[in-house]
Design a protein around this ligand. Structure first.
Ligand code: UD1
Length: 375
């Protein structure tokens, strides 16, 4: 059997790494090919992840780059269609919820090539998020759906997806975290590399901040409020802020750079996986609107304050260390204050976030392909 695995954007890389390794090591009769759509292309958003995570070089790069949602999705579809026509695989495997995920799933489904979705069933129930559209649509056209938290199975069943297609296997992102946590970069090295070796001198810990959701950064007033809130927190706890390219553009476009110009705020370019892991692992608190960081902080036992109104990963809040606070500065500051005073939520590790999700996925796929006569 030949499986075409898709990656496109940064959060896909840590999910595909253990899956490619599991196919290589565990399933001799499944050959995995890697297609990169090129949605993310900068070295900071792309190349450094492949090296750090040991992901094989993609067999094909579709080089779509950025654009509006329609442009980006359509470009992936057009280019991926030619790839599939040249050599149709037994199945296409997509991960996560980015535009590349939906685009490739849709092309394959229309060609009657089975679609496998890893990280299926997550729902924020907020259709204003582009990722929510990608999640719902991808799951509807997938033939085999791998779920990270049990609630996801219920979401899929409610949307009419047959139980026989759904497998609760745990979280591949946590496989990658467990595999790499011993190799995480030290904070002192990260500061030294940034030319700010003394940034934390005389301070008791630090916060890590990431922001990139369009709902937080594409609107000037919202972004200003959030950054002012960050500045206020930084008086009590220094903030390390790796800045996503989308956010960098918006900060400049809206003329907000001076809010971040404080001795207790350290802006970095987007950091690599091992650097981000190092920053999170020793942080007192992580403030974020990322999906992945909500899960990684829960796995690491670090308090996370999520700057969104909802989450598609509810287990991080019900069982993990995550608190969903939205964008109201009062609520953000109250949650921050709570972590400063009490150390924040303790949390526990969710079911099957045990480092073996990719193995379960590879073996399940092999069994499924063997049992499906047309392949
Ligand atoms: C995408 C995903 C989002 C994910 C995020 C992680 C979708 C709908 N969104 O959002 O779910 O959480 O990736 O990063 O798929 N840019 C660069 N260099 C790059 C890539 C992008 O400078 O290598 C800039 C471009 O100006 C681009 C902007 O960032 O227009 C946004 O990139 P895009 O891929 O459209 O979406 P993200 O915001 O990164």
């Amino acid at each position: 059997h030949r499986i075409t695995c898709i990656v496109g954007a940064r959060p896909n890389f840590m999910k595909i790494a253990p899956i490619m390794a599991a196919f290589r090591d565990l399933t001799p009769n499944v050959h995995a090919q890697l297609v990169h759509t090129g949605q993310h292309y900068d070295a900071a958003m792309n190349g450094q992840y492949f090296d750090a995570l040991g992901i094989p070089q993609p067999d094909i790069n579709l080089e779509v780059r950025s654009g509006s949602h329609a442009e980006q999705t359509a470009n992936v579809m057009l280019r991926f269609e030619s790839t599939l026509d040249a050599s149709p695989p037994s199945a296409v495997l997509v991960v996560g919820d980015v535009n590349s995920t939906l685009a490739c799933a849709l092309v394959a489904a229309k060609k009657n090539i089975p679609v496998i979705h890893v990280e299926a069933g997550l729902r924020s129930f907020d259709r204003s998020m582009p990722e929510e559209i990608n999640r719902v649509m991808t799951d509807q056209i997938s033939d085999l759906l791998f779920v990270t938290e049990r609630e996801g199975c219920g979401n899929l069943l409610r949307e009419g997806i047959d139980e026989s297609r759904i497998r609760f296997v745990g979280n591949v992102m946590i496989d990658t975290l467990r595999h790499n946590v011993g190799k995480a970069a030290s904070v002192s090295q990260i500061l030294e590399d940034a030319g700010r070796a003394r940034f934390l001198d005389g301070r008791d810990g630090y916060a890590v901040l990431t922001l990139h959701r369009p709902s937080n950064v594409d609107d000037a007033a919202t972004l200003r409020t959030l950054l002012e809130c960050v500045r206020e927190m930084s008086v009590r706890l220094p903030v390390i802020f790796p800045v996503h390219p989308r956010t960098r553009q918006m900060v400049e476009r809206f003329g907000l750079a001076r809010i971040l110009d404080a001795p207790t705020i350290l802006q970095l370019p987007p950091v690599g996986y091992l650097q981000m892991l190092g920053l999170m692992k020793d942080a007192r608190i992580v403030l974020t609107d990322s999906g992945g960081l909500q899960e990684e902080t829960t796995a690491l036992g670090i308090p996370c304050v999520t700057l969104r109104e909802n989450t598609e990963r509810p287990i991080t809040a019900t069982e993990g260390t995550n608190t969903i606070v939205g964008r109201d500065p009062e609520r953000i500051l109250a949650a921050f204050d709570d972590v400063m005073r009490t150390g924040g939520k303790r949390g526990r590790i969710p079911e099957l976030w045990d480092g073996n999700a990719a193995k379960r996925i590879a073996l399940a796929i092999q069994e499924w392909l063997d049992a499906t006569p047309r392949h």
